[in-house]
Design a protein around this ligand. Structure first.
Ligand code: APR
Length: 228
C-alpha cells in the first residue's frame, strides 16, 4: 500500500518551462490589471480584452514543455500514491506524466458557456467575441476568476486531510481559498515546501527547500524516499 503524497503547486513550478508567474518581479500581474483580465466584471466590461489575454496564455502554454519538476513528480508515482492539486491552468503536470491532477483554478485548454460553469468543451485555438456554446451563449475560458467560486475546493480539502505526506511547490500562498488548503494537512505528517524564495507561511513541522523547482525536486525526492 503506497503512502499518499499530496502536492499543492503554483505558477513557480512552471516558471522554468518559460511560463511567467503572477507576483514575481516580471510577473503577469505587473503587465496587466488583474481586475481587467481576471474578474467577471472585467470580462463584462471588455470581453475581447479578456479573451485575448487568455488566447495569448493558451499559445504560451502550447509552446511550453514540462520541466524537471513536473517530470520528477510523475516519477514519484512509482513509490507513492501521488495526487497533485494545482492552481495552474497549464497542462504541464499532465504532459510531464502525472496521472492524478486537480485544477483548482481551471484549465487553459477548456472553455465553457457564460451561462453554464460546469459543461466544458476542448479548445486549442482562440476564443473570440461571438463564439457561442451549444446553449447559444458566449464562450469563455474555463478559468476560475477572482470573486468566483472554486468548484474543486470540496474535493481538495478532504484530499489534503488524507495525505500521509504534504508538499507545496512554487506558490506564494497569497490567494485563498487555495492557500488555506495547507491548514488541512494533519499536524503530525511530514511536510515540505520547494520555492526559489520560501514564502512566509505558518505551516508547522515543514522542511524548506529554497531552490528553483527544477533543482529542488532532487532534494525533495531524496527526502521523500525516506518515507516510503
Ligand atoms: N522554482 C520554484 N519556485 C519559483 C520559481 C522557480 N523557478 N519561480 C518563482 N517561484 C515561486 C515564487 O517565489 C512564488 O512563491 O513561485 C511562486 C509564484 O507565486 P505567484 O506568482 O503568486 O503564483 P501562485 O502562487 O501560483 O498564484 C496563485 O493567483 O493570480 C492568481 O489564479 C492565479 O493561480 C494563481 C494564483
Amino acid at each position: 500500500m503506497k503512502k499518499r503524497l499530496v502536492v499543492l503547486s503554483g505558477a513557480g513550478i512552471s516558471a522554468e518551462s518559460g511560463l511567467r508567474t503572477f507576483r514575481d518581479s516580471d510577473g503577469l500581474w505587473e503587465g496587466y490589471n488583474v481586475h481587467e483580465v481576471a474578474t467577471p466584471r472585467g470580462f463584462a466590461a471588455n470581453p475581447q480584452l479578456v479573451l485575448d489575454f487568455y488566447n495569448m496564455r493558451r499559445r504560451d502554454v502550447a509552446a511550453a514543455t514540462p520541466n524537471a519538476a513536473h517530470k520528477g513528480l510523475a516519477i514519484l508515482e512509482e513509490h507513492f500514491d501521488v495526487h497533485i492539486i494545482t492552481q495552474n491552468i497549464d497542462d504541464l503536470h499532465e504532459r510531464g506524466g502525472s496521472t492524478k491532477v486537480m485544477h483548482l483554478h481551471g484549465e487553459i485548454f477548456k472553455m465553457r458557456s457564460v451561462a453554464d460553469p460546469f459543461t466544458t468543451y476542448p479548445i486549442t485555438g482562440d476564443i473570440n467575441l461571438g463564439d457561442t456554446a451549444p446553449d447559444g451563449y458566449q464562450l469563455r475560458p474555463f478559468i476560475v476568476w477572482f470573486e468566483e467560486e472554486v468548484p474543486m475546493l470540496g474535493e481538495a480539502i478532504p484530499l489534503v486531510a488524507s495525505a500521509d505526506i504534504f508538499v507545496v511547490i512554487g506558490t506564494s500562498l497569497q490567494v485563498y481559498p487555495a492557500a488555506g488548503l495547507v491548514n488541512y494537512a494533519r499536524r503530525e505528517i511530514p511536510k515540505y515546501i520547494v520555492d526559489k524564495k520560501i514564502p512566509a507561511s505558518r505551516i508547522p513541522n515543514i522542511t524548506s527547500i529554497e531552490k528553483p523547482a527544477g533543482e529542488g525536486i532532487v532534494d525533495l525526492t531524496d527526502y521523500l524516499m525516506q518515507h516510503r
